[in-house]
Ligand binder design. Structure first.
Ligand code: GLV
Ligand code: MN
Ligand code: MN
Length: 443
């Protein structure tokens, strides 16, 4: 089969998708390549516009489209044996505030392009091939990531998911308060019980997600290679993410009149907690001579948030990930001991609210072998690697054999407007994805 990826079409579409953003057009001329800051929160007008446009592309290509109750959208290239378990690919199109234009979108438009180019080359798959657009991979709006894939994989209780609190009003003063996922999805046109979303274990024969690496390793390897080739990543496992919300209650008041001995400054206690997170994570890496433990406090809200008021309450969110769950647990245990000590010494009360504590995903050996074979046949260099970012594939792993394919991104930058992947890497990743889907679809 001669297979030509229409890279111009794919790039054009990526740029169009990037234009569906809440950020104004990017003026930053200092960047070596044009990029666009993208904010596209799930179920906002730009997200819904992006979905409708992607559906129109899929329909124009002759693919069947269906959406489930949470809005996960399946674009299906029907196979000659349509009752057999299908082959899945895809990713997400939602973007955190002020993000880049490649995270997730490369996997969605790359999946669609892979199916289109296979179809245009006359290929008729035995098993159907689907490109999935997941709902809410990013935790921005509902506080937890991968809602669509958690429901598909049966990892979250459907009734609890429906009650997830809509946090849009925290950053958008025009957004209504007090809504739940159920309200928001219903308003977006996705109705029915979330219990219907879970996939049967034999729905997919194999699942492969294409994504930018979001780290620097592939670009480094490419630079070090003889002809500065593009090196792809074949993902063997995905690190286990967990996240927690902390509320630190102290005693605040007037910044002039409340004397230092009489304060229980919640923000000072928060600062100690944040540094304890960093200390224990560094210690975990040092003890294992590795780099696989990572932890981040990415949000801090101080109450009342005035320069002349001692903070009485702080809310912060911790994101902690590890390839080894036992090591992640040990880091959390060490943190808990510090928290008790900070509480006693600073006279504050610290409550911890676990949001999620997921397990790592391991890729399926047969899909890994298939990806390797395809790379070898196409003489494309590759590296086997761990994904430290989480992905919807984490949760698809509960109901399907999975693997992921990474393409390099500039300097490993992601979740920033200057996120960038070269057209060559995008086209190459899409070609290897298409060939892999074709092999798996004919099994
Ligand atoms: C996904 O966006 C992640 O935070 O890993
Ligand atoms: Mn992301
Ligand atoms: Mn992503």
């Amino acid at each position: 089969m001669t297979l030509t990826i229409n890279a111009d079409r794919l790039l054009r579409e990526l740029h169009h998708l990037a234009s569906l953003t809440d950020c104004p057009p990017t003026e930053d001329k200092s960047l070596p390549e044009p990029t666009q800051a993208v904010t596209r929160i799930v179920f906002t007008p730009h997200d819904l516009e992006a979905r409708a446009w992607l559906i129109s592309l899929a329909e124009a290509a002759g693919f069947r489209v269906r959406a489930d109750a949470v809005g996960n959208t399946f674009l299906r290239f029907a196979g000659s044996a349509p009752t057999l378990p299908a082959i899945g690919t895809g990713s997400h199109t939602d973007a955190i505030p002020h993000a880049g234009m490649y995270d997730g979108t490369v996997g969605v438009l790359g999946g669609l392009e892979a199916m289109r180019s296979l179809k245009e080359s006359g290929f008729v798959p035995r098993r159907s091939i689907e490109t999935l657009i997941f709902t809410s991979e990013e935790p921005t709006r509902f506080g937890i990531g991968c809602i669509g894939s958690r429901l598909l994989g049966g990892v979250i209780d459907p009734a609890a998911a429906d009650q997830l609190h809509d946090r849009l009003a925290e950053t958008d003063p025009t957004a209504p308060e007090g809504l739940t996922l159920r309200d928001v999805r219903t308003a977006a046109g996705f109705t029915g019980s979330l219990a219907t979303v879970k996939l049967p274990a034999d729905y997919y024969h194999a699942w492969v997600e294409l994504h930018i690496e979001q780290g620097p390793l592939l670009e480094r390897d490419g630079r070090a290679s003889q002809n500065e080739e593009i090196v792809l990543g074949i993902v063997t496992n995905i690190a286990a993410p967990a996240s927690y919300r902390y509320i630190i209650e102290g005693f605040g008041g007037h910044a002039g009149a409340l004397l230092m001995p009489d304060r229980s400054d919640a923000l000072c206690a928060a600062a100690e907690l944040i540094l304890a997170v960093e200390r224990h994570t560094l210690a975990a890496n040092a003890a294992s001579h590795g780099v696989d433990s990572v932890a981040t406090v990415g949000t801090v809200a101080a109450h009342p948030g005035a320069v002349n008021s001692v903070p009485s309450r702080v809310t912060l969110m911790l994101d902690i990930r590890d390839t080894n769950v036992a090591r992640r647990d040990a880091t959390m245990n060490a943190l808990h001991a510090d928290i008790r000590e900070i509480e006693a010494r600073r006279h504050v009360a610290i409550t911890e609210d676990p949001i999620n504590a997921d397990i790592p995903a391991r890729s399926d050996q047969h899909i890994l072998d298939t990806l390797e074979d395809v790379c070898k046949q196409e003489a494309v260099p590759y590296k086997k690697m761990v994904s430290r970012a989480y992905h919807d594939s984490n949760f698809m792993a509960r109901v399907a054999p999975i693997a992921m394919l990474f393409i390099p991104c500039r300097a490993g930058v992601s979740h920033r407007p200057d996120e960038y992947a070269t057209p060559g890497s995008i086209a190459l990743g899409t070609r290897i994805l298409a060939r892999t889907l074709a092999v798996l679809a004919n099994e």
